[in-house]
Design a protein. Structure first.
Length: 395
């Protein structure tokens, strides 16, 4: 009975894959947070998907089909993201899923995709365990949290050489896993973690915990936060005159232009890990970054670059797939090996991860109101500013 059901399901998916392939247009719906606290990240990604789709269509589409993108708003709620993707797979018969932002939403989507045997490409969600479940149908374009801080750690080891650290993090999957990974790295490097404390997103007063941090006098204050929390943390650090050798962010909210816009001069000298910057020399990266800036006034963050690249990865897989059945698309995704504006892409099984892409991570620093790449030196756009002046020495 089970074999008969499996055979029927395969036949059904093959048939719908054929319908998908023979349709005049190629319709892809992408779930994203377009409202709520994570809407800024969703907006950056949506714009970048649209830029990529326009470029793909200008060069003939995918196998001669016009790529038509649609977006559905998950509001960064896992149960909503799950419902969207269930509809895409079960009703619309979309044989490839791309998108989402928060790790919690990506986990919900990954579970549905694996259950339905439909390939899913995670684009920017960082929680390590997303690709540690032995899933066959889940692929991740961005590096996992365990590698997010590699560039920042290189800078700290070579330049800052801290002995102590305090870690503050948002209570989400991304924030918690990012903080835990940094604590492991710190221990391995002989850096004593004096404090590791989480907070609920959207907090309005960090002063009690920051006062505690100030009393401990750590060399490094490391924070994993989304953008509004990241900006508020730095503004209140300035108000309290909390001095440290380094204020550092774990990507996310610290790595987008809105951090500088909201934190203003309190953002100066802050260093953050990132997966990409407009200054990298990957093929097509500069052209994408300049096009985005011309259209929207600011350079994109790594979230946008990953979304932009994701559509080209999907195009490559769809063009190589024998058919557009989910199984053939999965096989094509597994065989991916290409260069993109986000770096080289190859989905491998390594270090306990499955179908995981690994890319070099960088460190940015806010210098005169702009994010500049400072580490590694081979990819730097500006010389880092260190040591940082104490608050009372700043103008």
């Amino acid at each position: 009975m089970r074999k008969a059901i499996a055979s029927a399901l395969f036949t059904m998916f093959f048939a719908f894959g054929a319908m998908f392939a023979y349709a005049e247009n190629l319709n892809l719906t992408v779930p994203l947070p377009l409202t709520g606290t994570q809407a800024k990240f969703g907006e950056i990604q949506k714009r970048s998907y649209e830029i990529a789709a326009a470029e793909i269509n200008a060069k003939g589409g995918i196998k001669g089909k016009t790529l038509v993108l649609k977006f559905e708003d998950s509001g960064a709620k896992p149960e909503v993201a799950r419902g969207i993707v269930e509809k895409l797979i079960d009703v619309q018969k979309q044989p490839l899923i791309i998108g989402e932002y928060t790790s919690a939403c990506a986990k919900a989507v990954a579970a549905v995709s694996e259950e339905r045997k439909t390939p899913y490409m995670v684009v920017v969600s960082g929680a390590d365990d997303i690709t540690q479940q032995k899933y066959k149908y889940v692929f991740r374009l961005n590096s996992p949290n365990a590698n997010y801080a590699d560039g920042l750690l290189g800078f700290m080891q070579a330049v800052v050489k801290p002995k102590t650290m305090a870690i503050l993090h948002e209570s989400s999957d991304f924030g918690t896993s990012g903080a835990d990974e940094m604590a492991k790295h710190a221990e391995a490097l002989g850096i004593k973690v004096l404090l590791q404390e989480k907070y609920e997103k959207g907090a309005v007063d960090f002063k009690p915990v920051l006062t505690k941090v100030k009393s401990l006098r750590p060399d490094v204050v490391y924070m994993v936060s989304y953008v509004m929390d990241a900006a508020l943390l730095m503004r209140q650090i300035k108000e309290l005159r909390l001095d440290a050798s380094l204020f550092a962010g774990g990507a996310a909210g610290f790595a987008i232009p809105e951090f500088v816009d909201n934190a203003k001069d309190a953002s100066e000298y802050v260093v953050t890990s990132t997966l990409w910057s407009p200054q990298v020399k990957y093929k097509g990266s500069k052209e994408y970054a300049e096009k985005y800036k011309k259209m929207y006034g600011d350079y994109p963050s790594y979230h946008g670059a990953a979304a932009y690249a994701a559509l080209f990865v999907a195009k490559d897989a769809l063009e190589r797939a024998k058919t557009w059945s989910p199984e053939d698309i999965r096989a094509a995704m597994k065989a991916t090996k290409m260069q993109t504006a986000f770096g080289n892409v190859q989905f491998v099984d390594k270090n306990g991860y499955q179908n995981q892409n690994f890319i070099p991570t960088l460190a940015l620093q806010v210098i005169k109101g702009n994010h500049e790449t400072i580490w590694p030196k081979s990819m730097a756009s500006a010389k880092y500013l260190y040591p940082m002046p104490k608050w009372r020495q700043r103008k």
